[in-house]
Structure formats: C-alpha cells, structure tokens
Design a protein around this ligand. Structure first.
Ligand code: BGP
Length: 461
C-alpha cells in the first residue's frame, strides 16, 4: 500500500458524554452546567435544542458498540460524565452510573475495542459551578477526588486515560467570548480557570502514576491550531507568536514540558491578570507531565499584525495582540466556516517531534461537519465521499510525519455517530454512522465502510 501505517496503529473515533448519552433516564445523574444552562436559557442553544436525548447512547450502547466493531475500530474514546458518576461533584458515588460505565467498558472489551477514557469534556457539575467552578481552587480538589474514584472504579480494565478534552475551550467560551457557561468576559478569571485546569490535570496525573493504573498511560487532549503569519515581517511574526502562546502553548507547554512559556507569563503580568498560585504548584506541574498527547485538529489560525490598537481601558482580550485574516484561495468547510488545511496536521506533529521531546501522540479528533446529509442518501447509505476525502488527505500528512519520525500512534475522527453539538445541536453531522434523531435509527455511512477497510489493511493507496 502507498500509505501503510504501523501494525498496531489506533483506528477509531471520539465522543463525549454530554453529546451522546442523553438524559432520558436520568438514573441518578446530577446536573452539569449544560443541563442547567439549557433549562435556564433554551434560546441560547441552536434552534432551542439541548442535550436531552442526543444519540441516546445510554440505552443503545450495546448495538452501537457492535456497529463500532463493524466499522473496524480497535479503539474508541468516550468521556465519563462527572455529574453522572458523582452527582454533587464531590461525595457520594452513583452506583447506577458505575454499572453503566462498567457495562460500556465490558462491551467494548468483548468486541476487541480498547476504551480510551477522558475525564472531563466541558461538563462541569452544576453543584461545583455554583461555588465558582474552575475559578475556585476547591474544584481542583474535587476533580482530583473524582479522578481517583474513576481510576479505582475502572482502572482494572482501562489503561488509556485523559485528564481533559480541549481545556482552552471552556476558558475561551466561558470567560472571554461568551459561548460556554458561565458566559462572562473576564480575562483575570479566564487565566485563573486555565491555571486551575492545568493544576487539576497535574494532580490527576500524579495520582495515576502513584496508583500505576493498569500499567497504563495518561494524557491530555488539546485542540491545536497552528498559527501561520501573513508574512515574515517582524510585526506579523510577533502577532503569530502571541496567538500561538494564547491558544496552543498555554496548555501544551505546561502539559508536556512542565513549564509555562516565559512570553505568556510576561503578558499576564503586564496586564495584571496573573493567576493566584499556591506553594508547590510549580513543582507539581513540573513533575507531572503527560505520557501521551491527544491532538484535536480542525483548522489553522491565519494571523497578521494588529492594525488598530485596542482601547486600553476596555477589558483585556487576547485579540489585543493579533488580527485574524482570510487567506486568499483557502479551502473551506463552508458549513462550519472553518478552513481546511490538511498540512496543518503535519506541522503540529513535526513541532511535537522537534520541540516537545517527540512525545507520544495521536490524532484524537479531526473531522468534517456537514449539513443536510440525508440529501446524499442513495441505496440506503449516505454517500459521504467528501468525508472520505477529508480524512484521507489528513491521513496522508499523518503518514508523512510518521515516516519522518513523529511519534504518532493513531487517528481518531470526530465522531463515531452523529450527535449533539454545543454550538450547532444537530445541524452539522460528523459521524461515520448516521443517526436519525426522530427514530434513533443508525446506518453506517460510506465513510464508515471505508474506514473499516483502511483499519483492516492498516492503510490505503
Ligand atoms: C471539538 C469538540 C467536540 C465537537 C467538535 C465539533 O472542539 O471537542 O466536542 O463538538 O469540536 O465541533 P462543533 O460541534 O462545534 O461543530
């Protein structure tokens, strides 16, 4: 084969609890910020649709896992819902949730699919949000307790764990740009939230290593958006570096290298938004870096120098340091409004190789959301050739990075079956498997058959 991947390459896809499980049979689940926000302000959600039913995985997981096997996955990512497992965020464990996750894990293992478990995918228990969520240091302790509980409960069967998915998204969404709860614009809080998330991740990693959970590995999943300057002019380069500091290195450096970049520390000092820290944090972060890094890649960031100096009396935003620009002739996924730039995935992997100790990594999300997919239905199957093309073109660059020595171990697409999105509800479909939201009927898409063949052959021509 022209694009042959290593024997034990991970083929799979990713999901998250809020986006697939549904809350139809609550089974003792406590509220997360999403349940709360939807109840409080349904109209903030796309077409007023919340995470109530979604793809109802909590009832259909047995059949779903059979389909996941049918599409050739050897690995599959799910997240635990903290508020399902520990309804109040701390304290009592919900036995029904323990049974549910145990069943899911057993079913996956029985089908030769290795579960990758992520502990936090945007879904803070509401009880903890009420005390300030990640702004409050107590949430870090609660998270460490939750992580330990999860390792104790499921660690005998699962050896790949992740502390967070895209921790920068709740920072941006919840504290800078108003698209996640608690939708504030407050850079100081944003920095504190980001900092506490990193401390929490390090705490979980420390516990994991002390327990030597299943002789396994623990990592973090970061959405990396490589920054490309418009030109090599010093001003454009500086703007691009700043964007990289805010959106990539703010989590990448502490997670992998155990230290914050100097440039970022300088910026937060300059604007008087440095976080409150505790003695011992620095050593904790330094000594508890990840074993493995998940990379979510959707789009690059095109950056140019700032043309208008922002109002220094207004609230600080990272955009004070750069402007985005539209690259002429760019390829687009118009549905999502995201640029498609396949080489970005290669640039990330080479950067990890050269500047991050060639840390073990895998592509943990990459995917293409498309509207009205049912119009591509022919002979009972969605003919999503555009998705096959999208995945294939990205995989070619992953292959090249691997051939050049990048330590990349697998590829997961977003997502397994169509599910609910935080921003678009069901507008854009991403899955290898289509879901009719009305009937809950599942059908494997053409891309699902394609990825099955690719995973069986470990490559493609
Ligand atoms: C990632 C998230 C996923 C998923 C995906 C698709 O950032 O980790 O949870 O939602 O993006 O994005 P969207 O649903 O906004 O189109």
């Amino acid at each position: 084969l022209k694009y042959q991947f290593p024997e034990d390459f991970w083929w799979g896809s990713a999901t998250s609890a809020t986006q697939i499980e549904g809350t139809k049979d609550n089974d003792g689940k406590g509220k997360s910020i999403w349940d709360h926000w939807y109840e409080a302000e349904p109209n903030r959600f796309y077409q007023g649709v919340g995470p109530g039913v979604t793809s109802n995985f909590q009832d259909t997981y047995r059949e779903d896992i059979k389909m996941i096997r049918e599409i050739g996955h050897n690995t599959f990512r799910l997240s635990l819902s903290w508020s399902r497992l520990i309804p109040e965020g701390t304290g009592e464990v919900n036995r029904k949730a323990v049974d549910f996750y145990n069943d899911v894990i057993d079913e996956l293992l029985a089908n030769d699919i290795e579960p990758f478990i992520n502990l936090f995918h945007f879904d803070m228990p509401m009880a903890l949000q009420e005390i300030g969520g990640w702004e409050n240091r107590e949430t870090v302790d609660a998270y460490a307790e939750y992580a330990k509980t999860a390792f104790e409960l499921f660690g005998d069967k699962v050896s790949k764990w992740f502390t967070f998915n895209e921790p920068i998204v709740p920072v941006e969404g919840g504290y800078l740009y108003d698209f996640h709860y608690p939708n504030k614009v407050d850079a100081k809080a944003a920095v504190q939230v980001a900092y506490h998330t990193t401390v929490a991740s390090a705490r979980a990693i420390e516990i994991f290593h002390q327990m030597d959970v299943n002789h396994g590995k623990i990592g973090i999943i970061l959405n990396l958006t490589p920054s490309y300057p418009r030109s090599q002019n010093p001003a454009d380069l500086k703007a691009s570096e700043a964007a990289d500091l805010f959106f990539n290195r703010s989590f990448l450096d502490p997670s992998v290298l155990g230290v914050y970049p100097d440039g970022l520390k300088e910026i937060v000092e300059l604007h008087g938004i440095a976080p409150v820290t505790e003695a011992g944090d620095e050593a904790l972060i330094r000594d508890n870096t990840v074993d493995i890094l998940g990379v979510n890649y959707y789009q690059p960031r095109r950056v140019k120098a700032k043309e208008h100096v922002p109002n220094p009396d207004g609230p600080f935003l990272p955009d004070w340091y750069f402007d985005n620009y539209v690259m002429p002739g760019r390829k687009m996924n118009e549905y999502r409004g995201w640029e498609i730039y396949e080489k970005g995935i290669y640039d990330i992997l080479i950067n990890l190789k050269e500047n991050y100790g060639n840390i073990e990594s895998f592509i943990s999300e990459n995917g293409m959301g498309v509207q009205n997919e049912s119009r591509f239905l022919k002979n009972g199957e969605i003919q999503d050739d555009y998705r096959i093309e999208f995945v294939k073109e990205h995989l070619k660059w992953v292959h090249k990075a691997h051939a050049e020595g990048a330590n990349v171990l697998g590829y997961h697409m977003w997502t397994t079956m169509d599910n609910w999105s935080w921003s678009n509800a069901y507008k854009n479909r991403y899955g290898f498997i289509s879901v009719d939201i009305e009937t809950q009927e599942r059908t494997i898409k053409k891309s699902g058959r394609w990825i099955r063949d690719v995973s069986r052959e470990n490559g493609f021509d």
